[in-house]
Design a protein around this ligand. Sequence first.
Ligand SMILES: *Cc1c(COP(=O)(O)O)cnc(C)c1O
Length: 344
Amino acid sequence: MKGIIERYRSRLPVTDKTPIVTLNEGSTPLVRADLIAASVGLTAGSVFLKCEGSNPTGSFKDRGMTVAISKALEAGAKGVICASTGNTAASAAAYAARAGLRCVIFVPKAGVALGKLAQAIMHGAQIVEVRGNFDKALSIALGRAKDLGYTVVNSVNPHRIEGQKTAAFEIVEELGSPPDFHFLPVGNAGNITAYWKGYCEFADKRPRMMGFQAAGAAPLVLGRPVKDPKTVASAIRIGNPACREGALRARDESDGAIESVTDAEILSAYRLLAKAEGVFCEPASAASVAGLLKCGRHKVPLFGKIVCTLTGHGLKDPQTPLGFKHRRLTYAAGAKRLPLARKP
Ligand SMILES: *Cc1c(COP(=O)(O)O)cnc(C)c1O
């Protein structure tokens, strides 16, 4: 498949002069999730997972990055800079490497999943650890960008939002019409802003946008910034979302909701997705399905077609599963049988 700029060129801010930096991102699988559907009382074929972990660097960030890096190159930037909980860093590092641009990333010390750090190292980004959380890292990155003359590729960069809206286009094309509900995790709130823009540009009917924050990092639910955001879902551990306005607009204009789910609910959805649907996403991604399951429990009237975005791949964060209780057998040479449990 072509990348998203080739696929949706007329709807994106590029011209014939824009040097396109692509890794053939987008065109990700929309996978039926019948067991999840059943657990909220819906029929088979009504719930779908938009598996954004299938993008080149393993998260939806690639959709925005192909546009942001192409535009930075067109503008003659010397380099790019961002703050990140990991996936923006991994994506920026990969696309900057491909474009031959320098890349500086500010990450919260001890707040980045291993796989994401590995990617940034491999792609040759300059990693700067910040003592503090994402919000602190972002304010430092925005300040440093000016002195360096580098382009900021966080979702405050409007080209990121433009690229990310293409996920909504793909969903409308594949389902034949927009879904009735769209569930997704909300951190810095760029993605919910982008999906809403995409649906508004591409379709007459629009889904209700259902955004979910982690309970310990839920500034949009509380209506005020959270000083010390806490959650197992590091990709949405954000206390002061840069795209707050866009998220609230998506919620209000779509008659949707922005609510929270606890870490226990996130981890339970994370395991259910892997065990029952065969889909391994990272913890933050599971907030979308945790939100859907919560709506099911609270008897929110659900109907029609429902899409949950799974924002990043499970292999991004190998440490969370290793912390779960699991049984490993050792095979003794010559043993006649394996002591398998009755129910695996
Ligand atoms: C970036 C990210 C999010 C949050 O997206 P926002 O646009 O910041 O709301 C959620 N999940 C994953 C895996 C991410 O990388």
